[in-house]
Design a protein around this ligand. Sequence first.
Ligand SMILES: Nc1nc2c(ncn2[C@@H]2O[C@H](COP(=O)(O)OP(=O)(O)OP(=O)(O)O)[C@@H](O)[C@H]2O)c(=O)[nH]1
Length: 643
Amino acid sequence: FSPQLSPSSLSYLASSSSSSSSSSRLHVSFKNAPWGFESRLRPGGRQGRAAPLRLEMQQKLSREERLQTGVSNAQYKKVPAKRIRNFSIIAHIDHGKSTLADRLLEFTRTVPDRELQQQFLDNMDIERERGITIKLQTARMNYNYNGEDYVLNLIDTPGHVDFSYEVSRSLIACESALLVVDASQGIEAQTLANVYLALDADLTIIPVLNKIDLPGADPEKVKREIEEVIGLDTTDSVLCSAKAGIGIEDILKTLIEKTPPPLAREEEPLRCLIFDSYYDPYRGVVTYFRIKSGRIQKGDKIRFMNTGKSFLAEEIGVLAPTQQPTDTLEAGEVGYLIAGIKTVEDARVGDTITHEAENRRAPDALPGYAEAKPMVWSGLFPTDAADYDTLRDALSKLKLNDAALQFEPENSAAMGFGFRCGFLGLAAHGRRAGRGPSLSACTRLEREFDLDLICTAPSVVYQVKPMKGEAYFLSNPSELPEPTKREWIAEPYARLEMITPDEYVGPLMELAQNRRGVYKDMKYLVEGRTTIVYEMPLAEMVTDFFDHLKSRSKGYASMEYSLIEYRQNDLVRLDVAVNGEPVDALSFILHRDNAHGIGKELCLKLKEIIPRQMFKVCWLSAMVETSRGRRNCSRNRLRARSA
Ligand SMILES: Nc1nc2c(ncn2[C@@H]2O[C@H](COP(=O)(O)OP(=O)(O)OP(=O)(O)O)[C@@H](O)[C@H]2O)c(=O)[nH]1
């Protein structure tokens, strides 16, 4: 323990899987430690006996230090375009994408020591703890095959559907994709969604059947499933175990032989596709790009074609996987750019970089650019009002790194001052743990900025047509005009695809039906699995749909969704009043048919949660709009117990 560490700089997270198990662990991380180290406290004694804690300390090294240890093959080598292979790894969550990426880096000796940091590519703490990839990371590998030097650019994609636009941009930057499927589980919903994106991007798909070391693995069955459901030929598929390091060389060989090399278009005007960007506090925004045509040089004056902003290319280079500056990069290569950009909003994923000079400028941008818009909104309030400024600064900092994050001040009589924040989507990694959609952002705020926050229930963006004027989008339910002042409300619908073992089809259909789902399609897959398609309001999915899906299917079903359109519905606003005063932060919009039941349930919950007082403090009621005004929906008002 370093003397600089005060108790307040120490935060810990206890994660004990079961109290009786000797594997229960206490994770301790030191916030202000000079070179951040992690320690694990493990019960040292036998099961069930109170015993002194044993302390294991593992010093974490920085990336650079890590690369200096052991032998590395990461030095920048220029090779002609015909010996470059740009590829991605696509998979359903937990099918082993990051583990495989790790193994590839290790096998090509790009990252020398595997023990030092597992899953090099998932480099954020939260991701490592949860084992989920949030941000893209790319890595350049040198590999000698048949006596020739090849460069393999791995573009890691985010695993979750919320990032499907980012996934699609990463895929466009590649020529092939390794489709990793868990050989003990088979195809899952996200496998299909990712394959469709890869097919849209015209990629060569190489099936990789992972986890063949597991006793339950049945690669032949999964191959049949891939052929029948996706229609891919599996003759060239590779069997591997990323964990045990089996089949890695075969993957590299297949990758080199099957992936088409990028087109050599050095003489055409410069066009680089941005597939990722992040904010570095010391260097500004770092942009990752793939050069589709032309050549970029350090010191070039460049232009981002969709935002119209111009910058000077102060530094360009490759990611091997640490940044290695170079002077020039040519068509087919993947690299990074530092150009004094202040926020990631100026270097958006999907934008095209070209030269600023008119005679060198590309005539048109690469297709497919879109601006990421937040789909799920939630209120964030600091539990201590004095933290309001810290929260605002923290959100501004997060925004530097997340172009889709939006926030605006919100003032609630009950909660005080806070912010209404918009996030990209449902973020299954949050729901997995049974928490709200903003978990990832919330956890980061709490962890990195030492804040204690209250997050309100998530809501979606509605479309409202007032009696006078144009329809507009509304993210804050408390701003919904009165029933007499509006014509209609529309809500976003998503196409939902669930894959499940046959025996859970009934419970899952019932779940979808209860959530206002409209049945669309059902198909039988290979050996006892079924895919069911519904169209469902997004609002019905944002809260706990995923948890219910998992519990009704005992964890076996998987889901995937994509937004389709806005549809008008009989929607109303439900206000919650405590002691007669409506609490605006608790307002939400829902279907009229559900209003009574949900309002009543909410009142009962609040009755339990609100602490008892020495005097008659409140009655709780949920009020629902009717065309004539408001109606109290919990008929027998629930009286909170007075002392
Ligand atoms: N037995 C076995 N386990 C594996 C293998 N590959 C990965 N795993 C385990 O599967 C789990 C998930 O692996 P990840 O590599 O994190 O999966 P991922 O697809 O990157 O997951 P996300 O980042 O959440 O999308 C981890 O516990 C791995 O140790 C394998 O070949 N065999």
